[in-house]
Design a protein around this ligand. Structure first.
Ligand code: MN
Length: 250
């Protein structure tokens, strides 16, 4: 039986994670290490200046009082009996496309698996409805997990999966799109007179490039974007390398 590590950034009790665990039953030995509460938008952050407390909450399940990446690090180094064959992060409540990949704790937790040489996928359900049905996205994750375990995929690549709420069955491999939202700030003042803003985002454009993650979702299809751990932009490396001569000292 393959070993599969599940994690997320919505917290260990989140319905998306529970749906994923239920859907994967029988596919492997399932282990869960996840934050003890919602840690969405924590990106790849790790806790260095405080201890990271953790607690076993069920058989093969641990709640970690830290970030999603902390949870994966703990799982890989303390909790799992051996290296996982697959790391799955999700199912996140809300999409992780375009630039949101950089803020996402869901994507980061999967990427932590990739960093450590394990096959990993992030799975997100697009839409902000309060209590969405995660069953179709979780079932898709199982089909994908089965395929990934059988066929494997390149080292250093994480699969960022987004499933539309109204999925009809189509699947596209896509590129990460540009930012299509703008930051939205709502101002307020607390009872002590301190100013604050609530941060969120607003959709700015709807005409997206056809081969991108958002385009697939707008068409009602699953988007799978292979993301590279190595962020080097090779064309720029070649194009800009002559700068080195001009930047050299003495
Ligand atoms: Mn989340």
């Amino acid at each position: 039986m393959p070993t599969i590590l599940l994690t997320n950034d919505d917290g260990i009790s989140a319905p998306g994670l529970r749906a994923l665990a239920a859907a994967l039953e029988g596919l492997g030995d399932i282990y869960i290490a996840a934050p003890d509460r919602e840690r969405s938008a924590s990106a790849q952050s790790i806790t260095l200046l405080d201890p990271v407390f953790y607690e076993q909450v069920a058989e093969r399940e641990w709640a970690v009082a830290g970030t999603p990446t902390d949870a994966v690090i703990l799982a890989l180094n303390r909790l799992l009996p051996g290296p996982p064959d697959l790391v799955l992060s999700g199912v996140n409540h809300g999409g992780n496309m375009g630039e949101n990949v950089y803020y996402s704790g869901t994507a980061a937790a999967a990427m932590e698996g990739t960093i450590n040489g394990h096959a990993a996928c992030a799975i997100s359900l697009v839409g902000r409805r309060a209590n969405p049905d995660f069953s179709a996205s979780a079932a898709f994750a199982r089909t994908l997990a089965d395929l990934a375990l059988t066929e494997g995929f390149p080292e250093g690549v994480m699969l960022n999966v987004n499933v539309p709420a109204d999925w009809k069955g189509g699947v596209r491999f896509t590129r990460q799109s540009k930012k299509i939202t703008r930051n939205y700030l709502q101002d307020g003042v607390d009872p002590r007179g301190r100013k604050f803003v609530w941060l969120s985002e607003q959709k700015r454009i709807t005409d997206v490039e056809p081969d991108t993650d958002y385009a697939a979702i707008f068409a009602g299809e699953v988007s799978i974007t292979p993301l590279a751990l190595d962020r080097t932009h090779t064309q720029s490396l070649n194009h800009l390398s002559h700068w080195a001569e001009k930047l050299r000292r003495g």
